[in-house]
Ligand binder design. Structure first.
Ligand SMILES: Nc1ncnc2c1ncn2[C@@H]1O[C@H](COP(=O)(O)OP(=O)(O)OP(=O)(O)O)[C@@H](O)[C@H]1O
Ligand SMILES: [Mg+2]
Length: 511
């Protein structure tokens, strides 16, 4: 019997203009938790898609449990006991949890679909592995964290022994991450082999036994994760240079209020009030952070300011002008920028090129449109080439690459590049570093601070308290759609802020 569950030997996979995997070897021992680490665009998702049969490699061999196999499509992978939870989930939103889990192998009695048995099995698995979710709930009604549980249940339902998790924590809140780490440990205890892709070094330290590192399509090596392995060491191996985790910030000299949010109330899409009597000012040269647990109104707050949702009460001023009822384009023209939480829905158009995405907000201006409405392609490409260079966007074909073919982290870089390059007076920023590698995070944080130093007003929403605490000059802790406390940088500890986020007013740690 082989000691390895997975051996991918000398895998090469090319896309137009890029070798995504260049003679990569990955060996995963049976029953280990194996992490894959690498910069955005290093080829991690591609390698796992080859293993799952979504892409055919140009060269290389794959052995599962010591036996050479040809994984020509995902059904072959499933029959070999391989399950995958993709970076961007693949669930049908108006189907129930169980319907999604049995999709493609629906249990039938005669010709009639019979979901009863399946629901029982789903309930049993969710109990056994601590993956709480209602088997009859519709996907569109459950949280992202629960959707991910459905994806994991799907792999368990088909009796997968090997489970691949591609950036499972990028979309989770800190609490959900802790829960997922426990689930992974339980799966390992039950005998599963797990491959996890993550940019969060803390998570690798928490669950992984070994880690394979990819850099620009090549494997740099595989290391044991020992108690003494440091995050700095992992970061250096991955990026090829030391990375700084702290940020340099000059003293804070705020100017006048640029964004004024006055007593607003906002409903969600089904009419439930999510933001209640909310007020906040953001001054020139200041970063204000919103710290809160997911689902406490952050999303609706930014929707209202950016114009994606109306307010039911209150007003919003930008540079002293009322924008409460302005259209999205008017707000943009008045100086509002937005790095949205959901990059696919509000940030980019996957079918358009990188160049087209970088001018989505100002293509119609004189800068990019000439006489008779003809686009000035030279100017568009010049702008886009420069942004690709500055923000280190890695792609196969530069400016003409379709944005949808970029790796997750590189898509995020394109959106941030566009928004920062427009240098708006107010920049709304939601989860800016989600899915980015540590090197890219270092750069993006520097650029956000650069905007602050250029006198811009920045409102930052992040579930990562570390991010809020290291970037922000003032922090508003929110709970159930209202501000529970607002204070200056350094005034409160992380645990005090955590208590406030849980709804405790004027919290003092230990009190
Ligand atoms: N379907 C595709 N068509 C064209 N190019 C692709 C496709 N899929 C991936 N690529 C390219 O292959 C390279 C590797 O991408 P991959 O998605 O594997 O990176 P990754 O390591 O998962 O990055 P991230 O951390 O950002 O998710 C990237 O440069 C990407 O642009
Ligand atoms: Mg990826």
């Amino acid at each position: 019997m082989s000691e390895y569950a997975i051996q991918m030997l000398g895998i090469t996979k090319t896309f137009p203009g890029i070798v995504a995997n260049d003679n990569v070897t990955l060996e995963v021992k049976k029953n280990e938790v194996h992490a894959i680490l690498g910069e955005n665009g290093a080829g991690k998702s591609t390698l796992m898609s080859v293993l799952f049969g979504s892409y055919a490699p140009d060269a290389g061999r794959i052995l599962i449990n010591g036996k050479e196999v040809k994984i020509t499509n995902p059904n072959v992978a499933t029959s070999l006991g391989i399950g995958m939870v993709h970076q961007h989930f693949k669930l049908v939103h108006n189907y129930t949890v169980t319907e999604n889990i049995v999709l493609g192998r629906e249990p039938k009695k005669g010709l009639v679909l019979s979901l009863g048995e399946a629901e029982k099995k789903v309930a049993m698995l969710s109990e056994k592995y601590g993956l709480q979710v209602d088997p009859r709930a519709k996907i569109e009604d459950i949280t992202v964290g629960q959707q991910q549980r459905v994806e994991i249940l799907k792999t368990l339902y088909s009796d997968s022994d090997i489970i691949i998790l591609d950036e499972p924590t990028a979309v989770l809140t800190p609490q959900e991450i802790d829960e997922l780490m426990d689930i992974i440990k339980l799966l390992q205890k039950e005998g599963k082999t797990i491959v996890i892709i993550t940019h969060k070094l803390r998570e690798i330290k928490a669950v992984a036994n070994r880690c394979t590192i990819l850099r620009r399509g090549k494997s740099v090596g595989c290391i044991d994760i020992l108690p003494e392995t440091s995050e700095q060491e992992l970061a250096t191996l991955m990026v090829g240079r030391p990375v700084r985790f702290d940020v340099d910030k000059k003293p804070f000299h705020p100017g006048k209020a640029i964004l004024e949010v006055q007593n607003i109330c906002v409903n969600d899409s089904v009419g439930i009030e999510k933001v209640h009597d909310f007020s906040i000012d953001v001054h020139a040269g200041e970063i204000v952070g919103i710290a809160g647990v997911d689902g406490n109104g952050q999303t609706e707050l930014l929707y209202a300011i950016s114009g994606l949702s109306p307010v039911t009460k209150g007003r919003i001023l930008l540079n002293g002008q009322d924008i409460t009822n302005k259209t999205i384009r008017e707000r943009i023209e008045m100086g509002l920028g937005h790095i949205p939480e959901d990059r696919h829905r509000h940030g980019m158009v996957g079918g358009l090129t990188i160049a087209e995405n970088t001018v989505l907000k100002d293509f119609y201006t004189d800068k990019y449109t000439g006489k008779f409405g003809i686009l000035k392609n030279d100017a568009i490409y010049k702008n886009s080439d420069a942004l690709i260079e500055q923000f280190d966007v890695r792609s196969g074909q530069g400016s003409i690459t379709p944005a949808g073919s970029l790796s997750g982290g590189n898509q995020q870089k394109v959106i941030i590049a566009r928004e920062i390059s427009l240098s708006p007076d107010v920049l709304l920023v939601a989860q800016p570093t989600r899915g980015l590698d540590v090197g890219a995070i270092e750069y993006i944080r520097k650029r956000i601070i650069g905007e602050r130093e250029a006198g811009k007003a920045i409102l930052l929403v992040s579930f990562e308290l570390d991010e809020i605490m290291s970037l922000c000059d003032r922090i508003a802790a929110i709970s159930k759609g209202s501000v529970v406390g607002i204070f200056n940088e350094g005034e409160k500890t992380a645990s005090e802020i955590g208590l406030m986020m849980a709804g405790v007013k004027n919290a003092k740690a230990g009190a």
